[in-house]
Design a protein around this ligand. Structure first.
Ligand code: DX5
Ligand code: ZN
Length: 217
């Protein structure tokens, strides 16, 4: 099993000073940061784009875990790769050439992630599991931070964890939405190894203790 990784979501950071929010993450010794990109179409909200990612890249060595919530992600892969993304995750739900887009992400030198909304079954991505470094199971309907964890996603996490083992694959299994130390532990038990946390991380009274707890899972 992969060692656990905490990837704080900068969506819950200070949008007037995102560099400071990234610095909080780096100063704790964490390696990853989760960057949520929204287009106001695939999800009913907007966040920020490649220019912001490029600006963050200039003063951060963190691993940029970029989650594209876009109806046409294939149109923006190159821009985010050039902006400094290390991993680019795209949703399965919109209609575009998923296979070609994942291949393009790799050609651009990034790791590949595929994402499932809560209503999408694991079977929708079974044919892509050997073409990704990470599978992201959304544990809320994407679009906003601060929502409640959906326990009905645990079975899907367990299913993907079982498939990974059956097929001898090595992708990371990430969860995103309503993750805190309690819900994250449930996901860990189901087989998840990569934990996105926005609200619960940035609001934690002791962020170092929060990070240490996950590191010990
Ligand atoms: C939701 C985003 C999440 C969000 C999670 O659309 O994909 O990454 O930042 O926020 P919390 O941890 O507050 O649920
Ligand atoms: Zn996300």
């Amino acid at each position: 099993a992969h060692a656990p990784i905490l990837t704080p979501s900068i969506l819950a950071g200070d949008h007037a000073n995102l560099a400071a929010s990234a610095a909080i993450v780096a100063q704790l010794g964490l390696k990853w940061i989760h960057l949520d990109i929204m287009d106001g179409h695939f999800v009913p909200n907007l966040s920020f784009g490649p220019q912001t990612v490029a600006a963050l890249r200039k003063n951060s060595k963190l691993f940029f875990d970029v989650h594209l919530m876009l109806s046409e992600p294939h149109r923006y892969i190159e821009a985010f790769a050039k902006a400094g993304a290390n991993l680019i995750s795209v949703h399965i739900e919109p209609a575009y050439d998923h296979v070609a887009t994942l291949a393009r992400i790799r050609e651009l030198g990034c790791q590949r992630g595929i994402v499932l909304n809560p209503g999408t079954p694991a079977s929708a991505i079974e044919h892509l599991l050997d073409q990704v470094e990470l599978v992201l199971v959304m544990t809320v309907q994407p679009g906003f931070g601060g929502q409640s964890f959906r326990r009905d996603q645990l079975e899907k996490i367990a299913r993907l964890s079982a498939l990974r083992k059956e097929r001898g694959l090595n992708f990371r299994l990430e969860v995103d939405g309503g993750i805190d130390l309690a819900t994250g532990a449930e996901c860990r038990a189901a087989g998840a190894d990569t934990f996105v946390a926005g609200t619960s991380f940035f609001n934690a009274p002791d962020r170092a203790a929060y990070a240490a707890t996950i590191a010990a899972w």
